[in-house]
Design a protein around this ligand. Sequence first.
Ligand SMILES: Cc1cc2nc3c(=O)[nH]c(=O)nc-3n(C[C@H](O)[C@H](O)[C@H](O)COP(=O)(O)OP(=O)(O)OC[C@H]3O[C@@H](n4cnc5c(N)ncnc54)[C@H](O)[C@@H]3O)c2cc1C
Ligand code: SF4
Length: 329
Amino acid sequence: MNPFTYHRATNPSDAIADHNRVNGAKFIGGGTNLIDLMKENVEHPSRLVDLNHVGLREVSDREGVLKIGALVTNNEAAYHPLIEKDFPLLSEAILAGASPQLRNMATCGGNLLQRTRCYYFYDTATACNKREPGSGCDALKGYNRIHAVLGASDKCIATHPSDMCVALAALDTTILAEGTKGVRKIAFADFHRLPGDTPEKDTNLAEDEMITGLELRARFSRQFKYLKVRDRSSYAFALVSAAVGLESENGVIKKAAVAMGGVAHKPWRDFEAEKTLHGEKPSEEVFKKFATSFFKGAAGYGHNDFKIELGQRTLVRALSEAAAKGVWL
Ligand SMILES: Cc1cc2nc3c(=O)[nH]c(=O)nc-3n(C[C@H](O)[C@H](O)[C@H](O)COP(=O)(O)OP(=O)(O)OC[C@H]3O[C@@H](n4cnc5c(N)ncnc54)[C@H](O)[C@@H]3O)c2cc1C
Ligand code: SF4
């Protein structure tokens, strides 16, 4: 491990100022991803700015907006009464991830910025454009079972590993960021990036910015489903996952929000395909048509070809289970 200095920040302004004073400084929340990456020699921050004493631990629901502070832990969010009651899709997704011990440490801000689980990214003996820009991508022709089938590039085919973020994508979340130029709101769809020619950049958060919180508006408190398909039934990242929220009126779908994890460099949502569900009576046929359209343009890289059919089946099942919670008179 490389040497680094440490600062325990006392409030967000102190954290941002200290982070921007030192070249190569990084914020640290629960440390459940960053410390692993430091041990593996993938990340080498010169300074750690500890956010655990800056506050930002509140969950509130005012004027139709649920606000979650960046330092709220994953378990605090999942079991918070306001979230369990009105945003159960978010609870379900968070609880599908990691283990209770990890979720007690992991913060909501850190979860958004956790890095890919691509094996080559963690192995410094291999070529990886995300870890070392310009070095190549050993996953393209290597063992790519967990990799992307949508939105990938010839520079990187990694997937985003978070469960929580798939639900946040379906729930029309806004991310609150603060930096040297002030406060900024970023729509969730614009937060994570596709790899393109710069896979080293996972998100559009600026170098000087810290995440301070999240705002959620869509609720889907009755008809929802987070379905995670993985190699073992606990303590494993998703091969594919789907977050579904539905609202119905007069026996037809009035509103649908569908996001997928494990298929792309960011949680994947297809707003055009979603519109085709509006006004439809829920049925397997309607959901299959939607799933086909969702995966249009998908391409596998050999070991992960199975994800295209698996993803479509996952969507149909998640939509059917969410629909089954409704009353369709
Ligand atoms: C064994 C294991 C299994 C796991 N399984 C799953 C799983 O099944 N599903 C799943 O979704 N996740 C899983 N995870 C990942 C886990 O959810 C993440 O590691 C965690 O959410 C990261 O949060 P953290 O607070 O610990 O982040 P940290 O490790 O503290 O930070 C992660 C990154 O975010 C930055 N950062 C942190 N907070 C802020 C902030 N407020 N503003 C700006 N930058 C910030 C840090 O600089 C760092 O780059 C697993 C992790 C492990 C170790
Ligand atoms: S897929 Fe991306 S993260 Fe994995 S080796 Fe290729 S460039 Fe690196």
